[in-house]
Each structure stands twice: as C-alpha cells, then as structure tokens.
Design a protein around this ligand. Structure first.
Ligand code: PD2
Ligand code: ZN
Length: 287
C-alpha cells in the first residue's frame, strides 16, 4: 500500500482507541498496523493524533498506554552559513539529516581541549559497563569492549568550558545533561548497535528515569582520529560518521522507540585507539 494512499478512517481511530483502553502497548498496536500494511510513519502519526484527540475529549484522565513525543534538543544551525558560534567558538555544520535527526559538527573542540580531556580521563578509565536492564544498575558487557569513565558536571574548568559550549550549541539546559563520559577503544574494540534511550519495557528503567527522565539526545565528540575503523554507524539508514579529532555527531530521539531510527554503534577499531567524549541529554533535571 503506498504511503500517500493511506487514509485514517473513523473505524481505524476507534480500533486504536480500543487497543489503548484495553492496555495494549503502543509497540504492539504499531506492529499490528504494520502487519496489515500500514507505513510505520503514517501508523505512528495516526496513533498519536487519535490518542491525543481522545485525551482532549476525555479531559485529564490519561490513557496509560499512550506516549507522545518529548521535546528534544535542536541544535543551533547557521541558516545561510555553515558556521555557528557557540559560546564564542566557531563550529562548522558538516551534515544534517531529518530521520534520524542527526547533525555532524566540525571543530567543536580544539586539539588542546581534546588532549586535555584525554589526560584528565586516562587515569580514571575502567572497563565499560552498560545498564543492566533488570535492575537499573550496571554490568560489564561483551557488546561494549571499551574502557570508560564519567566526569562530574563542572568538575574542572575545561569541563565547564566544554559543557557551556554544548549548552549553546544544542540549546539545552546545563542541568538536563549527564556528566561527560570518556571512552577509549583499543584495536578490535567496538560498541555494537544499540539505542541510547532507556527501554520502557525493562524492569530497571523506572528507577533510572527517576533521575532526569528519559534521554532525548546524544552528542559523541571524537577526541582523536583513529588510524583505522571506529566510525559511528546508523544501520537503519546506512549512515557512517567518520571519527575525526574535534568533530562531533549529535542525534535526538523524541520517543523511546526504534521508529526514531537512532539505532547506532561504534564500528570496530582496526588500527590505533579511538577516544570519544559522550554527552547525553535528559528530558528533565539530572541532579
Ligand atoms: O564511540 C562511538 O562511536 C559510539 C557509538 C555508539 C558511542 C556511543 N554509542 C555512546 O557513547 O553511546
Ligand atoms: Zn550510544
């Protein structure tokens, strides 16, 4: 069925409302619509619009299963120019994409800033852990074979300067950001494709969300240029961002759902090391 020919009928609206009121998860409703031939984007829009309209009719009593998109950071873009000024620092906009929402920046950090971050992080690196979906704690994971550490927000002057630049570039409040994380990949190390949002279906997620809510955006900054490999990949759309010292890739996700097409990974490093700093943005105050 062609996307343009898909009309949302009253029958379909009634069916969507019935599924939500019966407690069906949005993912399952979406999957059922896709199986019957609906384009994913059209189905998602139909579901959201129908449920929002239904909420308006019914007043404040929420239908528990529904989720609408959250506000997300939207970077400062230069309009006619590909240069933006973030806290007085000139940053180049190299690539933009709508779905997934991706923006690649050139020259976000200077060489000296990259060196300074790596020097501060190096003595504190330990084998990376990922979130344990069952408990909300963390665990060592074969899908992520790097070493890492977290800075506290604002813990050093260099960190403060970088964080303020990110605040202006992404137009997202300082206190909605997690502390910067630094990762070092050795040859052969990788970060297999994953989503950065916390999966609402997992038992530990409710605990994680108590501090700052969902993640809504990610900025990965490359602190060096590996000799081989290490691209940041977006397998849903075949996009590969080359790791170049001082550059960064930003992406946002307005819902914790694969339809954002923000599945991404760190391809194996084939020669040399790869160092990145990641800033995750939350929907609320991360205190
Ligand atoms: O280092 C990367 O390219 C990478 C890839 C995927 C980093 C992250 N995810 C992350 O820090 O979330
Ligand atoms: Zn990631």
């Amino acid at each position: 069925m062609a996307a343009t020919a898909q009309i949302v009928t009253e029958d379909l609206r009634r069916w969507i409302v019935a599924q939500a009121e019966a407690g069906c998860r949005p993912d399952d409703v979406l999957a059922a619509m896709k199986t019957s031939g609906w384009d994913e984007g059209v189905a998602l829009e139909a579901m959201e619009e129908t449920l929002r309209q239904r909420l308006d009719e019914r007043g404040p009593r929420p239908i528990k299963a529904l989720q609408t998109g959250s506000p997300v950071p939207e970077p400062l873009l230069g309009g006619a120019s590909d240069i933006v000024l973030a806290d007085g620092h000139r940053v180049r906009v190299l690539t933009t994409m709508r779905l997934p929402r991706v923006v690649v920046f050139g020259g976000l950090l200077t060489d000296a800033e990259c060196d300074g971050l790596m020097a501060l992080a190096a003595p504190r690196l330990v084998r990376s852990e990922t979130v344990d979906n069952g408990t909300g704690g963390s665990e060592v994971n074969a899908a992520r074979t790097s070493d890492g550490m977290f800075f506290e927000r604002g813990e050093a002057l260099l960190i403060q300067a970088i964080e303020q630049r990110i605040v202006e570039l992404l137009r997202w409040p300082l206190d909605h950001g997690e502390g910067l994380q630094v990762l070092r990949y050795r040859p052969g190390a990788e970060y297999r494709p994953h989503h950065d949002y916390f999966d609402p279906g997992h038992a530990g997620t409710a605990t994680i969300l108590q501090r700052g809510g969902q993640r809504v955006g990610t900025l990965v900054i490359y602190l060096n240029t590996p000799e081989g490999g290490g691209a940041t990949t977006f397998p849903d759309v075949g996009l590969e961002v080359a790791p170049v010292r001082g550059n960064a890739v930003f992406f946002s996700y307005e819902r914790a759902h694969a339809s954002t097409k923000t599945l991404h990974g760190g391809a194996p490093v084939t020669a040399g090391e790869k160092w990145v700093a990641t800033k995750w943005l939350r929907e609320g105050v991360f205190a």
